[in-house]
Design a protein around this ligand. Structure first.
Ligand SMILES: [Zn+2]
Length: 405
């Protein structure tokens, strides 16, 4: 006996109300009879609330189950249980939530969804006084699917997210804003995607389009990685043409074997992508080795690092710094970086504007990483809407609270 059952009945005032709109409605039938709702534990024992759940005929919603004051519509948990669960899932790991509350992880998704919906309808003003927004798409399901996320740069929080990407999806966000709310948007940052630009142009024609420096750096790291991959496959080809040598130590008088270049280039990946101030001594030595072994790859590395520094220049110096960088990239004889130069030239004004509006790079990167972490945590949710609800509960201003606090 590790269960406590509590039989209850709603007061007359709460009886016969529609489960969706809570208006008084006529009783239809007794529904599925007696039901149980899981409540918060008492002293380690599971607690269940037991009551009849009849159906009513609502004028607007037809035949639906009647609402009960202790639980949300279509839920088998009480409100306080769900609020505790949502709060815990934002603050603790998934195994902690499952173990502490004794629920399956996939049911947590549905709970987050219901709690989020209630919070959202209670806070219609979260779109007010939006000034600097950032629009981005993030992948989930191992990069097979995408979701669109809108963040508020000033509060470093998510204001809206939806599954899918493209102009139609983003239009849903702007459609939800009132004309005044749209007019208050001063700048919209993105990664330079055309669909975002055209959507912003349509709904907020006065807003300045920006490209986050964070995205520009990621273009450069992608380009650098491509150069590294090419260098690696070249080194591999070269290694194949070399004569094979016997295993073991070199004999007397024989020259020491050369380092396997392909391997060393492969191992350089993290060295190249890391910021130089965070490199360990060993990694710095690896970079030194690169200056002699593969000058082209080293040049690509310097180009990426200099672009990163140019983007850090203040709003007055960034245009000059970028122009200088582009002149260098023009002469660099590395195809991918010349392509990158063209891309930066296309978005030049938007990149400079981001510096002028002082969009914090670290903040947008931090929130992006947080979203990625939640996507990993929410693995196992059966519904995308539940994943989106969890993103909103963790990263927006709608924080779930513990019951009765
Ligand atoms: Zn109704």
């Amino acid at each position: 006996m590790n269960e406590i059952n509590i039989a209850v009945r709603p007061t007359e005032h709460e009886q016969c109300r529609c489960g969706i709109c809570h208006r008084k409605a006529a009783r239809y039938d007794k529904g599925r009879g007696r039901r149980r709702w899981r409540a918060l534990d008492i002293g380690g024992s599971k607690v269940y609330i037991e009551a009849y759940e009849p159906r009513v005929r609502c004028r607007k919603h037809g035949v639906v189950t009647a609402s009960v004051p202790w639980a949300r519509h279509n839920s088998r948990f009480t409100k306080s249980f769900e609020e505790t669960c949502a709060w815990l899932s934002v603050h603790a790991s998934r195994s902690t939530v499952s173990e502490y509350l004794r629920v399956e992880w996939h049911t947590v998704g549905g709970i987050c969804h219901r709690v989020y919906q209630e919070l959202e309808t209670a806070n219609p003003s979260r779109f007010d006084s939006l000034e600097n927004i950032g629009i981005d798409e993030t992948s989930y399901k191992k990069g097979h699917k995408y979701m669109t996320v809108v963040i508020n740069h000033d509060t470093a929080s998510v204001v809206w997210c939806a599954k899918g990407y493209g102009k139609e999806v983003l239009s849903q966000f702007f459609e939800r804003l009132t004309p005044e709310q749209r007019a208050s948007i001063r700048c919209a940052s993105a990664d330079g995607a055309k669909w975002i630009a055209s959507c912003v142009e349509e709904y907020c024609p006065h807003a300045q389009r920006c490209v986050d420096p964070f995205h520009v750096v990621s273009w450069a790291t992608d380009a650098l990685d491509q150069v590294r991959r090419e260098a690696r496959s070249e080194a591999r080809q070269q290694a194949k043409t070399l004569p094979k040598r016997k295993p073991g130590r070199p004999a007397k008088g024989e020259a020491a074997p050369e380092k396997n270049q392909a391997k060393s280039v492969k191992n350089l990946r993290y060295v190249l992508l890391k910021n130089p101030e965070h490199l360990s001594e060993n990694q710095q030595a690896q970079l030194q080795f690169l200056t002699r072994a593969n000058p082209k790859l080293y040049r690509a590395y310097l180009l990426k690092e200099n672009l990163r520094l140019a983007l850090k220049a203040g709003p007055d110096e960034i245009a000059a710094a970028l122009t200088k960088w582009m002149a260098w990239a023009q002469r660099c004889r590395i195809l991918v970086f010349r392509e990158l130069r063209k891309k930066i030239k296309r978005h030049f004004d938007a990149i400079v504007a981001a510096a002028r509006f002082r969009l914090s790079n670290a903040r947008s990167e931090a929130i992006n990483n947080k979203i990625k972490l939640i996507i990993r945590t929410a693995f196992g949710f059966r519904n995308v809407d539940n994943l989106l609800a969890m993103v909103m509960l963790s990263c927006s201003n709608l924080h779930p609270t513990l019951p009765n606090r």
